[in-house]
Design a protein around this ligand. Structure first.
Ligand code: S3P
Length: 427
């Protein structure tokens, strides 16, 4: 896992990319289909290892999954999911462990959820608090409940009224999955609007769920019920498209398009940020979905608040954009960034410094003074620390700059196994 890959600088970039299926929608399509009665199909599912882990777990819980060509057939377990004695392997995937905790909380008995070294450093208290209130028993290591996680489920949980303290679609979704099998309705309130993938897909599967936007967030109300089988068609992942959008904008000679992506407002905040930085990045309708095009631009510094990019997945790559911009970019309220596959707060600062930028922090804010253009980046080496997004952010910096070495580059497979091939095809 620790092998180093040297990424070359590329002189000219052009072409169209199809990024993997949206990771969030892929996990949920498997989970909802597993809970449904009958046969669901999934097309366009992410080929990343995170989603493969979710597939392995639904199969372990008694669900039949098979592939025919590019379509996945999922036959919901007749009579409901059943627990197993062996640990459920979540690998590197926070979405798998957190959402699955909500799913297994509804299955009688004890379930063990395990993962890799990176997952073992991620706090699970955020899901344990509401799941315990619903009646499940949740145990992890230490006060913050690091995995391995033990969840003892009950087939009759109580619905709750829960305000999610952190901006987290995973926490909201864990509660909603558990709420499907509760005895009474569940309400989840969020003060930052996070992606509505769970809500939208529950509704597609016939579940009674309503959303009400407030000035400062959103209230989601769910009536318990079993999802219906559905034919899922998964769009491309906008958070993966973000890497190519930034690459196109900061590279000296580039025209790049990413086709067929989802463009939900909670997912495309990075496009607005890049536009504010002067990037020639445009989202346009592409059949049922959207295409994102990006070309060489002169970037200027800006101020980015975490609320603009809820879940902060795009912050590592926006910090590369900041490195190429003129002026000081401020990233505000970035505490959540520390709790991802790696500490991306520290990782974004080290990547910026290794490229030759001045970068510093103040509480939960950090600052990057850009070099004005990516050609001025230094050649660098970065340890991606089992974090796919740090691999891709570093690879983009190397490609647009003067090359670089990424240690642990194979971690990119957790979300985007063909990333380096796709990147190479733009040359
Ligand atoms: C995800 C939610 C996000 C994000 C992750 C996928 C999801 O985490 O980082 O990659 O599918 O719900 P948060 O829980 O911080 O929103």
């Amino acid at each position: 896992m620790n092998e180093a890959v040297h990424v070359k600088s590329l002189r000219q970039l052009a072409g169209t990319i199809r990024v993997p299926g949206d990771k969030s929608a892929s996990h949920r399509a498997l989970m909802i289909s597993a809970l449904a009665d009958g046969v669901s199909t999934i097309s366009g599912i992410s080929e990343g290892h995170d989603v493969r882990a979710t597939r392995g777990i639904v199969e372990a819980l008694g669900v039949a999954v098979h592939e025919e060509g590019s379509i996945l057939y999922v036959t919901g377990a007749n009579g409901g999911l059943r627990g197993v004695d062996r640990p459920l392997q979540c690998e590197n995937s926070g979405t798998t462990i957190r959402l699955m905790a909500g799913v297994v909380a509804t299955i009688e008995g004890r379930h063990e959820l395990v993962g890799d070294e990176s997952l073992n450093r991620r706090p699970m208290d955020r899901i344990a608090v509401p799941l315990r209130r619903m009646g499940a028993h949740v145990v992890g290591r230490g006060e913050r409940l690091f995995p391995p996680l033990e969840v003892t489920g009950r087939s009759s949980l109580e619905g709750i009224d829960y305000e999610v303290p952190e901006a987290s679609a995973q926490v909201k979704s864990a509660v909603l999955f558990a709420g499907l099998a509760a005895r009474s309705p569940t309400t989840v309130t969020e003060t930052v609007r996070t992606r509505t993938t769970t809500e939208d897909m529950f509704r597609d599967a016939g579940v009674n769920i309503s959303l009400r936007d407030r000035d400062d967030g959103r209230v989601v109300t769910l009536t318990p019920g079993r999802p219906l089988h559905h034919d899922w068609s998964i769009p491309g992942d906008p958070s993966q498209a973000a890497f190519f959008a930034v690459l196109g904008a900061l590279h000296r000679d580039a025209t790049i398009q990413v086709s067929g992506i989802d463009a939900a407002p909670e997912r495309t905040g990075f496009v607005d940020v890049l536009a504010r930085m002067g990037a020639q990045v445009v989202l346009i309708r592409d059949g049922d979905w959207y295409a994102l095009s990006s070309r060489s631009s002169h970037l200027v510094a800006t101020e980015i608040h975490a609320r603009e990019v809820p879940s902060v997945d795009e912050v590592p790559i926006l910090s590369v954009a900041a490195c190429a911009a003129s002026g000081v970019t401020r990233f505000r309220d970035m505490a959540e960034l520390r709790l991802k596959e790696s500490d991306r707060f520290a990782g974004s600062l080290s990547l910026a410094r290794s490229l030759g930028c001045r970068a510093w922090s103040d509480g939960n804010d950090f600052f990057i003074e850009g070099l004005g253009e990516a050609q001025r980046f230094q050649e660098f080496s970065l340890d991606a620390g089992l974090d796919h997004r740090m691999v891709m952010a570093a690879a983009v910096a190397a490609t647009a700059g003067r090359g670089g070495t990424v240690v642990g580059a194979s971690t990119v497979s957790s979300s985007y196994p063909n990333f380096f091939t796709d990147l190479g095809q733009l040359a």
